[in-house]
Design a protein around this ligand. Structure first.
Ligand SMILES: [Zn+2]
Ligand SMILES: [Zn+2]
Length: 264
Protein backbone atom coordinates (compact mmCIF):
# COMPACT_ATOMS: atom_id res chain seq x y z
CA UNK A 1 0.00 0.00 0.00
CA UNK A 2 2.75 2.42 1.03
CA UNK A 3 4.80 1.54 -2.07
CA UNK A 4 1.69 2.06 -4.22
CA UNK A 5 1.03 5.51 -2.69
CA UNK A 6 4.68 6.57 -3.16
CA UNK A 7 4.92 5.27 -6.74
CA UNK A 8 1.70 6.84 -8.02
CA UNK A 9 1.82 10.07 -5.98
CA UNK A 10 1.36 12.60 -8.84
CA UNK A 11 -1.42 10.57 -10.51
CA UNK A 12 -3.14 9.96 -7.16
CA UNK A 13 -3.08 13.66 -6.32
CA UNK A 14 -4.51 14.73 -9.68
CA UNK A 15 -7.23 12.02 -9.60
CA UNK A 16 -8.35 12.88 -6.04
CA UNK A 17 -8.25 16.64 -6.76
CA UNK A 18 -10.27 16.42 -10.00
CA UNK A 19 -12.76 13.96 -8.47
CA UNK A 20 -13.31 16.21 -5.44
CA UNK A 21 -13.68 19.26 -7.71
CA UNK A 22 -16.19 17.54 -10.04
CA UNK A 23 -18.22 16.11 -7.14
CA UNK A 24 -18.39 19.43 -5.31
CA UNK A 25 -19.28 21.44 -8.45
CA UNK A 26 -22.13 18.95 -9.05
CA UNK A 27 -23.24 19.26 -5.43
CA UNK A 28 -23.15 23.08 -5.66
CA UNK A 29 -25.51 22.95 -8.66
CA UNK A 30 -27.91 20.43 -7.06
CA UNK A 31 -27.92 21.84 -3.51
CA UNK A 32 -26.50 25.42 -3.25
CA UNK A 33 -26.30 27.15 0.14
CA UNK A 34 -26.46 30.70 -1.29
CA UNK A 35 -27.23 32.38 -4.59
CA UNK A 36 -23.84 33.09 -6.20
CA UNK A 37 -24.63 34.40 -9.71
CA UNK A 38 -22.11 34.39 -12.60
CA UNK A 39 -19.10 32.13 -12.16
CA UNK A 40 -16.99 32.70 -15.28
CA UNK A 41 -14.81 35.64 -14.23
CA UNK A 42 -14.17 34.34 -10.72
CA UNK A 43 -13.41 30.86 -11.95
CA UNK A 44 -10.89 32.27 -14.43
CA UNK A 45 -9.11 34.18 -11.64
CA UNK A 46 -9.20 31.32 -9.14
CA UNK A 47 -8.06 28.60 -11.53
CA UNK A 48 -5.25 30.82 -12.88
CA UNK A 49 -4.06 31.59 -9.34
CA UNK A 50 -4.26 27.93 -8.34
CA UNK A 51 -2.34 26.82 -11.45
CA UNK A 52 0.27 29.59 -11.13
CA UNK A 53 0.88 28.72 -7.46
CA UNK A 54 1.32 25.06 -8.29
CA UNK A 55 3.95 25.89 -10.95
CA UNK A 56 5.71 28.46 -8.75
CA UNK A 57 6.05 26.00 -5.86
CA UNK A 58 7.46 23.34 -8.20
CA UNK A 59 10.10 25.82 -9.43
CA UNK A 60 11.02 26.90 -5.88
CA UNK A 61 11.08 23.36 -4.49
CA UNK A 62 11.48 20.82 -7.34
CA UNK A 63 9.92 17.50 -6.35
CA UNK A 64 7.83 19.33 -3.76
CA UNK A 65 7.48 18.55 -0.06
CA UNK A 66 7.36 14.81 -0.78
CA UNK A 67 10.91 14.84 -2.22
CA UNK A 68 12.01 16.87 0.81
CA UNK A 69 10.46 14.26 3.12
CA UNK A 70 12.26 11.44 1.27
CA UNK A 71 15.60 13.14 1.98
CA UNK A 72 14.94 14.08 5.61
CA UNK A 73 12.81 11.19 6.91
CA UNK A 74 14.58 9.20 9.62
CA UNK A 75 15.75 12.31 11.42
CA UNK A 76 13.79 14.87 13.41
CA UNK A 77 11.35 14.13 16.24
CA UNK A 78 9.92 10.97 14.68
CA UNK A 79 13.42 9.58 14.09
CA UNK A 80 13.99 9.88 17.82
CA UNK A 81 10.55 8.53 18.88
CA UNK A 82 10.77 5.35 16.75
CA UNK A 83 6.97 4.81 16.52
CA UNK A 84 5.20 2.22 14.33
CA UNK A 85 4.61 3.69 10.86
CA UNK A 86 0.79 3.71 11.09
CA UNK A 87 0.92 5.69 14.35
CA UNK A 88 3.59 8.02 12.92
CA UNK A 89 1.34 8.78 9.93
CA UNK A 90 -1.74 9.52 12.10
CA UNK A 91 0.25 11.72 14.53
CA UNK A 92 1.92 13.51 11.58
CA UNK A 93 -1.46 14.35 10.01
CA UNK A 94 -2.79 15.74 13.30
CA UNK A 95 0.38 17.76 14.05
CA UNK A 96 0.61 19.13 10.49
CA UNK A 97 -3.06 20.16 10.67
CA UNK A 98 -2.24 22.07 13.85
CA UNK A 99 0.72 23.74 12.07
CA UNK A 100 -1.68 24.91 9.32
CA UNK A 101 -4.12 26.18 11.97
CA UNK A 102 -1.32 28.14 13.70
CA UNK A 103 -0.10 29.46 10.33
CA UNK A 104 -3.62 30.69 9.51
CA UNK A 105 -3.88 32.47 12.87
CA UNK A 106 -0.48 34.09 12.15
CA UNK A 107 -1.62 35.23 8.68
CA UNK A 108 -4.46 37.12 10.37
CA UNK A 109 -2.49 38.60 13.27
CA UNK A 110 1.02 39.36 11.93
CA UNK A 111 0.88 42.75 10.16
CA UNK A 112 3.40 41.72 7.47
CA UNK A 113 1.52 38.52 6.63
CA UNK A 114 -2.09 39.74 6.68
CA UNK A 115 -1.96 41.68 3.35
CA UNK A 116 -0.92 38.46 1.58
CA UNK A 117 -3.78 36.44 3.08
CA UNK A 118 -6.22 39.34 2.60
CA UNK A 119 -6.20 38.59 -1.16
CA UNK A 120 -7.99 35.32 -0.27
CA UNK A 121 -10.51 37.16 1.91
CA UNK A 122 -11.31 39.87 -0.66
CA UNK A 123 -13.61 37.52 -2.55
CA UNK A 124 -17.25 38.42 -1.91
CA UNK A 125 -18.68 35.19 -3.28
CA UNK A 126 -17.47 31.79 -2.14
CA UNK A 127 -17.60 28.54 -4.02
CA UNK A 128 -15.41 25.48 -4.46
CA UNK A 129 -12.85 27.43 -6.58
CA UNK A 130 -12.23 29.88 -3.70
CA UNK A 131 -10.16 27.05 -2.22
CA UNK A 132 -7.60 27.78 -4.95
CA UNK A 133 -7.54 31.56 -4.57
CA UNK A 134 -4.36 32.30 -2.63
CA UNK A 135 -1.78 34.99 -3.34
CA UNK A 136 1.56 33.52 -4.57
CA UNK A 137 3.24 35.28 -1.61
CA UNK A 138 1.03 33.34 0.80
CA UNK A 139 1.68 30.09 -1.09
CA UNK A 140 5.46 30.65 -0.73
CA UNK A 141 5.32 31.49 3.00
CA UNK A 142 3.10 28.46 3.56
CA UNK A 143 5.53 26.22 1.64
CA UNK A 144 8.38 27.44 3.87
CA UNK A 145 6.43 26.77 7.09
CA UNK A 146 5.38 23.28 5.94
CA UNK A 147 8.96 22.48 4.85
CA UNK A 148 10.35 23.48 8.27
CA UNK A 149 7.66 21.39 10.04
CA UNK A 150 8.41 18.34 7.86
CA UNK A 151 12.17 18.57 8.48
CA UNK A 152 11.88 19.24 12.24
CA UNK A 153 9.40 16.40 12.74
CA UNK A 154 11.07 14.04 10.23
CA UNK A 155 7.67 13.31 8.62
CA UNK A 156 7.42 10.12 6.53
CA UNK A 157 6.91 10.82 2.77
CA UNK A 158 3.64 8.85 2.73
CA UNK A 159 2.27 11.05 5.53
CA UNK A 160 3.24 14.11 3.44
CA UNK A 161 1.45 12.71 0.37
CA UNK A 162 -1.72 11.97 2.41
CA UNK A 163 -1.48 15.40 4.09
CA UNK A 164 -1.18 17.25 0.77
CA UNK A 165 -4.12 15.34 -0.74
CA UNK A 166 -6.16 16.02 2.40
CA UNK A 167 -5.20 19.72 2.42
CA UNK A 168 -6.15 20.40 -1.21
CA UNK A 169 -9.42 18.41 -0.99
CA UNK A 170 -10.52 19.98 2.29
CA UNK A 171 -9.71 23.44 0.95
CA UNK A 172 -12.14 22.77 -1.94
CA UNK A 173 -14.75 21.23 0.40
CA UNK A 174 -14.75 23.94 3.09
CA UNK A 175 -15.17 26.72 0.48
CA UNK A 176 -17.92 24.88 -1.41
CA UNK A 177 -21.32 26.54 -1.68
CA UNK A 178 -23.15 23.41 -0.59
CA UNK A 179 -26.11 22.93 1.73
CA UNK A 180 -25.40 19.91 3.94
CA UNK A 181 -28.46 20.52 6.11
CA UNK A 182 -28.12 19.14 9.64
CA UNK A 183 -24.96 17.26 8.64
CA UNK A 184 -23.02 20.53 8.53
CA UNK A 185 -23.41 21.02 12.28
CA UNK A 186 -22.75 17.36 13.01
CA UNK A 187 -19.57 17.47 10.95
CA UNK A 188 -18.29 20.42 13.01
CA UNK A 189 -18.00 18.15 16.06
CA UNK A 190 -14.63 17.01 14.69
CA UNK A 191 -14.10 18.56 11.26
CA UNK A 192 -14.32 21.91 9.49
CA UNK A 193 -17.52 22.20 7.43
CA UNK A 194 -18.50 24.67 4.65
CA UNK A 195 -20.71 26.70 7.05
CA UNK A 196 -17.92 26.82 9.63
CA UNK A 197 -15.39 28.19 7.12
CA UNK A 198 -17.89 30.56 5.46
CA UNK A 199 -18.26 32.32 8.81
CA UNK A 200 -14.48 32.90 8.71
CA UNK A 201 -15.00 34.82 5.42
CA UNK A 202 -17.57 37.17 7.00
CA UNK A 203 -17.03 40.89 6.45
CA UNK A 204 -17.48 41.39 10.21
CA UNK A 205 -14.02 41.33 11.80
CA UNK A 206 -15.12 39.56 15.00
CA UNK A 207 -16.28 36.69 12.77
CA UNK A 208 -13.35 36.63 10.32
CA UNK A 209 -11.07 36.13 13.34
CA UNK A 210 -12.87 32.87 14.17
CA UNK A 211 -12.77 29.36 12.66
CA UNK A 212 -9.16 29.18 11.45
CA UNK A 213 -9.15 25.38 11.13
CA UNK A 214 -8.59 23.58 7.83
CA UNK A 215 -9.36 19.91 8.43
CA UNK A 216 -9.95 19.35 12.16
CA UNK A 217 -12.28 21.72 14.04
CA UNK A 218 -10.77 20.77 17.41
CA UNK A 219 -8.00 23.44 17.35
CA UNK A 220 -10.58 26.25 17.16
CA UNK A 221 -12.42 24.68 20.09
CA UNK A 222 -9.25 24.15 22.18
CA UNK A 223 -7.93 27.69 21.56
CA UNK A 224 -11.35 29.39 21.86
CA UNK A 225 -11.46 30.67 18.27
CA UNK A 226 -14.57 28.65 17.37
CA UNK A 227 -17.89 30.25 16.49
CA UNK A 228 -20.83 28.09 15.43
CA UNK A 229 -23.26 30.61 13.91
CA UNK A 230 -22.84 34.01 12.24
CA UNK A 231 -24.67 37.19 13.37
CA UNK A 232 -27.16 36.76 10.51
CA UNK A 233 -28.13 33.71 8.46
CA UNK A 234 -25.61 32.18 6.06
CA UNK A 235 -27.88 33.02 3.08
CA UNK A 236 -27.42 36.77 3.65
CA UNK A 237 -24.07 36.91 5.47
CA UNK A 238 -21.89 39.62 3.78
CA UNK A 239 -18.55 38.14 2.74
CA UNK A 240 -15.27 39.81 1.75
CA UNK A 241 -13.23 42.68 3.12
CA UNK A 242 -14.69 46.06 4.01
CA UNK A 243 -13.15 48.73 1.74
CA UNK A 244 -11.71 46.30 -0.82
CA UNK A 245 -13.30 44.98 -3.96
CA UNK A 246 -13.05 41.42 -5.17
CA UNK A 247 -11.55 42.21 -8.60
CA UNK A 248 -9.94 39.83 -11.07
CA UNK A 249 -6.49 38.26 -11.35
CA UNK A 250 -4.50 41.52 -11.48
CA UNK A 251 -6.48 42.94 -8.57
CA UNK A 252 -5.84 39.76 -6.55
CA UNK A 253 -2.09 39.89 -7.31
CA UNK A 254 -1.68 43.53 -6.34
CA UNK A 255 -4.01 43.28 -3.37
CA UNK A 256 -1.19 43.14 -0.76
CA UNK A 257 0.28 46.35 -2.16
CA UNK A 258 -3.07 48.13 -1.99
CA UNK A 259 -3.49 46.87 1.53
CA UNK A 260 -0.16 48.29 2.68
CA UNK A 261 -0.91 51.63 1.01
CA UNK A 262 -4.34 51.87 2.63
CA UNK A 263 -3.26 50.65 6.05
CA UNK A 264 -3.66 53.45 8.60
ZN1 LIG B 1 -8.29 33.56 6.83
ZN1 LIG C 1 -10.98 30.53 3.00
Amino acid sequence: MIDFISQYEPVLRVVVFLSALALLVGFEIISPRRFIGARRGRWQTNFLLGGANMLLLRVVLPGGLVALAFSTHGGGVFGWLNMPLWAEIIVSLIVLDFVIYAQHVAFHHVPLLWPLHAAHHAEQTLDVTSGLRFHPGEALVSLGIKAVAIVVLGVHPVAVIIFEILLSSTSLFTHANVDLGRWDGRLQTLFVSPDMHRLHHSKAEDESRRNFGTWLSVWDKIFATYRATPHIGHERLPLGLAGFRQGGLIEALRHPLRHFVRRP
